[in-house]
Design a protein around this ligand. Structure first.
Ligand code: C2E
Ligand code: MG
Ligand code: MG
Length: 593
């Protein structure tokens, strides 16, 4: 909202300017200055009416589209400023003149933001313009640059003058440091004690921050709501800054009767060429990094953490595109029968092949997708791609080995997975034993009742259920009495550390394999990288193996999936009869031992 005193100040301005609100991407002139009225030779009401009608016939028709697109860009993309030159006239009878329009975002005392447009005829000299601007700012300096609640400098001041302060700090030999601070739990404070007390707290904070400032050219600024900025000289080290903030917080708590937790800060130490706009973004990033961690008072910006932050944003912002443009590809990792080395199936593993960043492995994007509840989209996409690529394998003359797909417990909260699977597989004419469901031990152990029911439903429909990453430490063996699991995949950590602690994992793997056999559950060991590991699995008769020793995950175009490399009769694969005989032998062996 524009207050009465603000309105009067802008209306009285001799510069041709107007203050506009932005609603749904459209601007509405709220205040027009005397200077603008004079430029168009209209009274204030008349000019408002003309602006509402769109000021037809003033802008040169050849320049209208260009002006419009620049303004749109400024408004909708929240550019810092608009700076355009176009032909315009002050009345339809006048000739066109070159006009220079500039616009900035201007904050009112209550924090609301407006677009401030100013128009200069190009024949007015630069110096005349800046004189007018400076004069206006000088006359109305309190109103424009001071925060009415705390008396501190405000956001407009920061925007306009912070670089001057930075340069003065640098000139005195100091290293400038930009801090962004917020009050922990300010919203709750306002709710509990009312806005009048909230304002009092803001004044206490402002006062303490002003006192703590070290450099004469430093400044303390009140930003939005409970945000404060400090520009100061960096003294000491990160620990010293944190300690100083702790002391400031102590004093704030004292003065606010212990009812607040004080401030937290993100800090950016400014290199020689850092500008305040960049420093502000960095300080904000550092502050955001603290998140909900109540034990951290302040965090310094680091380029490395920034990279992580932007990488995460990139993934989230581009997820739709990655799925739509098929940036996400299925890589297949075959698994083999341990005794014969023949291929028996493939695991589908997601890879994000990014046009700019190259191959991104699932561990970099899956946790993010989980956090944003988007993983179900990936998993169904994977099912769709796998189903489509069955045809590619069939055409290549390969036996249609089953493909295992990784699912997350979260998927089942968002979609009816059994129905979705039926729908997709039905479209490709596939049977339910073509696709196997992999669920991690962790998900199974911590899943909801609904998730467990859906798994039972899948099983009842004829889908096989494999337990992934078993032995990674999330569940106990009792899980086998609650679920019908078809196959257990031993976590690769077990096989990797076979000989640690006097070979404990050897005994564990052997025992687990025997328990599974006892229960009629098949087994597979993941992450097999060496011949010694393979030999051990043969020795304990773990039925299947998967790992880089045999095959790395590869796209469907890879030569391992090309029939021409293995001949039309694919001897690398087991036939159905061969498979049945092997299964019988394996299970009978279990019964005998
Ligand atoms: P996972 O399902 O346990 O998959 C096995 C992981 O081990 C794969 O990593 C695979 O490339 C890797 N691996 C296989 N053999 C070896 C080996 O011999 N040595 C070593 N060091 N690693 C080996 P990847 O592809 O990076 O996948 C990591 C995890 O991401 C998967 O673990 C799975 O939990 C998850 N994931 C992958 N794709 C999907 C997907 O489409 N949906 C869901 N929900 N999760 C997926
Ligand atoms: Mg898996
Ligand atoms: Mg695994």
């Amino acid at each position: 909202m524009i207050s009465e005193s603000e309105r009067a100040a802008y209306e009285g301005c001799q510069l041709p300017l107007m203050l506009c609100s932005v609603v749904d991407g459209h601007t509405h002139a709220e205040v027009v200055s005397d200077g603008l009225c004079r430029r168009f030779g209209m009274g204030r009401e008349e000019l408002h009416a003309a602006l509402r009608a769109g000021l037809q016939n003033y802008t040169h028709p050849d320049d209208a589209a260009w002006l419009h697109s620049n303004t749109e860009d400024f408004i909708n993309r929240r550019r810092e400023e608009l700076d355009v030159v176009f032909r315009d006239r002050s009345s339809p009878d006048e000739p066109y003149k070159m006009v220079h329009a500039v616009s900035r975002w201007q904050k009112m005392a209550d924090g609301s933001e407006y677009a401030l447009y100013a128009y200069f005829d190009m024949d007015a000299t630069e110096s005349a313009i800046s004189r007018l601007f400076t004069q206006f700012a000088d006359e109305q300096s309190d109103l424009i640059y001071t925060d009415p609640i705390t008396g501190l400098k405000n956001f407009n001041y920061n925007r306009q003058f912070s670089m001057d302060h930075v340069e003065r700090i640098r000139a005195s030999g100091g290293v400038p440091m930009f801090m962004m601070l917020d009050i922990k739990g300010m919203q709750g404070y306002n709710q509990a004690f009312g806005y009048t007390n909230g304002d009092k707290l803001l004044r206490i904070v402002a006062d303490e921050l002003e006192r703590a400032r070290v450099h004469a050219d430093g400044m303390v600024v009140r930003g939005n709501d409970d945000d404060f900025f400090i520009l100061d000289a960096f003294k000491g080290d990160e620990k010293a800054i944190a300690e100083k903030l702790r002391q400031i917080n102590e004093r704030i708590k004292d003065r606010a009767y212990g009812l607040t937790n004080g401030l937290r800060a993100g800090v950016c130490v400014m290199d020689d060429d850092t500008r305040t706009t960049t420093a502000m973004d960095r300080a904000r990033t550092a502050l955001r990094e603290i998140g909900d961690d109540m034990t951290v008072l302040c965090r310094f910006y680091s380029a490395e953490k920034d990279e992580i932050y932007w990488f995460r944003r990139y993934i989230i912002d581009n997820l739709d595109t990655a799925l739509k443009e098929n940036w996400i590809r299925v890589f297949y990792q075959p698994f083999v029968r341990t005794q014969t080395g023949k291929l028996v199936g493939l695991e589908a593993l997601a890879r994000w092949i990014d046009p700019r960043r190259g191959v991104i492995p699932p561990n970099d994007f899956i946790p993010l997708m989980s956090r944003f509840h988007q993983i179900w989209r990936l998993d169904l996409y994977m099912v769709e791609q796998v189903c489509r690529e069955f045809a590619v394998r069939a055409e290549a003359g390969l036996p249609l080995l089953p493909v295992t797909v990784n699912f997350s417990a979260q998927d089942f909260d968002h979609v009816d997975i059994p129905a979705a699977l039926d729908e997709i597989m039905g479209r490709y004419g596939l049977e339910r034993d073509n696709i196997v469901i992999e669920i991690t031990e962790q998900d199974l152990a911590t899943g909801t009742e609904h998730f467990h029911e859906q798994l039972r439903a899948l099983h009842a429909r004829g889908f096989k259920l494999w337990l992934d990453d078993f032995g990674s430490g999330y569940s106990s063996l009792s899980i086998f009495s609650q679920f019908k699991i078809d196959r257990v995949k031993f976590d690769m950590e077990l096989i990797r550390h076979l000989d640690d602690a006097g070979g404990a994992n050897r005994r564990i793997l052997r025992a687990l394999n025997n328990v599974c056999r006892e229960l009629g559950i098949r087994t597979l060991c993941e992450g097999v990288e060496t011949q010694a590991q393979h030999d051990f699995l043969k020795e304990i008769d773990c039925e299947m193996a998967q790992g880089f020793l045999f095959h790395k995950p590869r796209p469907i175009e890879d030569s391992v999936f090309k029939a021409k490399n293995i001949g039309k009769s694919p001897t690398n694969f087991e036939t159905k009869d061969e498979r049945r005989a092997l299964c019988d032998a394996w299970l009978n062996k279990g019964k005998e031992s």
